[in-house]
Design a protein around this ligand. Structure first.
Ligand code: FES
Length: 105
């Protein structure tokens, strides 16, 4: 499990989202209060960027058809999406956000 430094936490808008990349993987970083979440940035329904959507009640909402994905589980909470998006482990150290893409140990 390797954590990769992505950006200062201050770059993520408060209660908002920032699109970022780790290698070829696009991720959406979400800040909710003191918590930071990372999910795959590509909607499981029609492959648009979730980071262009809104944060709503613990979810990130796809701007195209309105499916919301739980920030903790990646599961869609409403149609049309039926498949989850990947979620990633996040840690914040010294004001910087680190994300691990690999499986949990
Ligand atoms: S593209 Fe995201 S819900 Fe359709």
């Amino acid at each position: 499990m390797t954590f990769v430094k992505v950006c200062p936490v201050a770059e993520i808008p408060a209660d908002g989202v920032l699109g970022a990349e780790i290698g070829d993987t696009q991720i959406a970083l979400v800040r909710q209060g003191d918590d930071v979440f990372a999910v795959n940035d590509i909607c499981s329904h029609a492959e648009v960027n979730l980071s262009e959507g809104e944060i709503y009640n613990g979810t990130i909402e796809c701007w195209l058809h309105g499916s919301c994905f739980d920030l903790r589980t990646g599961k869609p909470t409403n149609p049309p999406a039926t498949q989850p998006v990947a979620t990633y482990r996040v840690k914040v150290e010294d004001g910087d956000v680190y994300v691990a893409l690999g499986p949990a140990e």
